[in-house]
Design a protein around this ligand. Sequence first.
Ligand code: NAD
Length: 251
Amino acid sequence: MSVRKSAIVTGGTRGIGRAIVESLADGNLQNFSADVLFVYNSCETCAKEIEEQFKNTDVNVIGIQSDVTSFDKAQEVVNLALEKFGKLDILVNNAGITKDNLLLRMSEKDFDDVINVNLKSVFNYTKAAFKPMMKQRGGRIVNISSIVGIIGNAGQSNYAASKAGIIGFTKSTAKEFASRNITVNAVTPGFIETEMTAALNEKQREALLVNIPLKRIGQSQDVAKLVKFLCSSNADYITGQVISVDGGMVM
Ligand code: NAD
């Protein structure tokens, strides 16, 4: 029989986050299904569509509009998950934005916004989720970073700093939480086909493909499959790791 877990996913309405919500809820993957509370920024129609998708299944998938930059709101979302599902086994910190520019032209606001949404949110949700996971004597936290946090990228100093910050935060909390049986890992996607990357033109895509040994752009499901594995019992002995899903771009 498939095990039932409970999860929070930030940024779950589209792209990688949506694929993560769908894979966590799917009991045919990695021998467990999860009730999922997903957080989003603005698209209520998108949230309703995902809720509808799971309406006649045996899992509860609920969307909630909440700004991930606020610690108090993160606490509220964690409390809501506990109220709805009775426990919290999994946290996936996925919400992220880009506000690209060369440093010379980057405003202080664009730097702060990206750090707040991408990095401070990980602090907010991890801190709020730690207590219930500690009381339950176990949990899984997966943070979505980026290969840009490892190799850097011109025009993305704010984004790269936030994603490198996630890696340091992941390793530190993995060490702090290990004795509580809570694992913390980071996933670093390469170039994945989502709304975030839709703005790239054909020339930019071709230039990127030259550096991808597997010669294709990644899909959100490629990332979601790894996240599901890291949340499963097959990954019991894995913590503090940074794992790339990038078609071999960085090796
Ligand atoms: P996306 O833009 O398609 O989706 C982002 C999600 O984050 C949305 O659901 C949005 O509602 C949510 N969000 C944004 N700001 C928020 C806020 N203030 N409060 C609450 N929710 C908020 O992005 P994506 O391409 O699916 O990327 C998901 C994650 O993967 C991000 O952290 C991104 O940095 C990372 N990533 C993406 C790629 C890629 O190629 N797409 C590569 C590496 C890493």
